[in-house]
Design a protein around this ligand. Structure first.
Ligand SMILES: NC(=O)c1ccc[n+]([C@@H]2O[C@H](COP(=O)([O-])OP(=O)(O)OC[C@H]3O[C@@H](n4cnc5c(N)ncnc54)[C@H](OP(=O)(O)O)[C@@H]3O)[C@@H](O)[C@H]2O)c1
Length: 189
């Protein structure tokens, strides 16, 4: 099985993704989309991996932690206390993450790897040879943000995915649209 990173992010007009270690907007239907995309598998005996940075982990409200029915992978150089959390693993580098994903026993247990942020984790995985797709929700408004999505590669190709609605969405007067981009260099290495 080839390792594949699928990134999923929501960014506003100025490519902001966060403010004060929280999301800058409240879009329940967008969160439901995130949850569905990262949870669903074609093999009922497998679960997906969600890969995130320690601050994104911290930003998840306690009642939703860990993200259920998914293996939670948290990157932290300092280390993170995951005592009492089931199916959660911490990693000090992307190489450590890749080793775990290549582990013969673990390979039987997971299906997709969803990269769920924040900035560094998106950047490092987009620059890796395992970068497959970016599922980007564009929020069609500008919000005050302190964390931003990294520069996207110029050669990404827009594709469609039957699971992703194509029409403009709207909630609480805020419009947003789901995009899917594919890395044409994936699997060429
Ligand atoms: N809109 C969206 O789609 C979206 C998605 C995700 C997050 N967010 C928002 O983005 C913000 C959080 O993102 P962020 O970019 O500030 O932080 P982050 O990437 O979630 O976490 C940063 C932390 O990850 C660890 N880390 C970073 N590089 C590492 C490396 N090379 N090796 C090992 N560990 C590494 C470090 O943890 P230690 O300090 O523990 O060493 C670092 O402090 C929040 O506001 C959140 O709500 C938005």
């Amino acid at each position: 099985m080839v390792i594949k990173f699928d990134l999923i992010a929501a960014a506003c007009e100025n490519m902001g993704i966060g403010k004060n270690n929280d999301l800058p907007w409240r879009l329940k239907s967008e969160l439901a989309y995130f949850s569905q995309m990262t949870t669903q598998t074609s093999d009922a005996n497998k679960k997906n991996v969600v890969l995130m940075g320690r601050k994104t982990w911290d930003a998840i409200p306690p009642k939703f932690k860990p993200l259920n029915q998914r293996y939670n992978f948290i990157m932290s150089r300092a280390g993170v206390n995951l005592e009492g959390y089931k199916d959660c693993f911490s990693f000090k580098s992307l190489d450590e993450v890749i080793s775990k994903l290549q582990d013969e026993k673990f390979k039987q247990q997971y299906e997709n790897v969803w990269v769920i942020g924040g900035s560094y984790i998106y950047e490092a995985t987009m620059n890796s040879k395992y970068f497959h797709r970016l599922y980007l929700t564009k929020v069609l408004k500008t919000f005050d943000c302190d964390t931003f999505f990294p520069k996207m590669k110029d050669n990404l190709v827009k594709v469609s995915d039957p699971r992703v609605p194509e029409k403009i969405q709207e909630e609480n007067g805020i419009q947003f649209v789901y995009h899917v981009y594919e890395n044409p260099d994936f699997n060429k290495a």
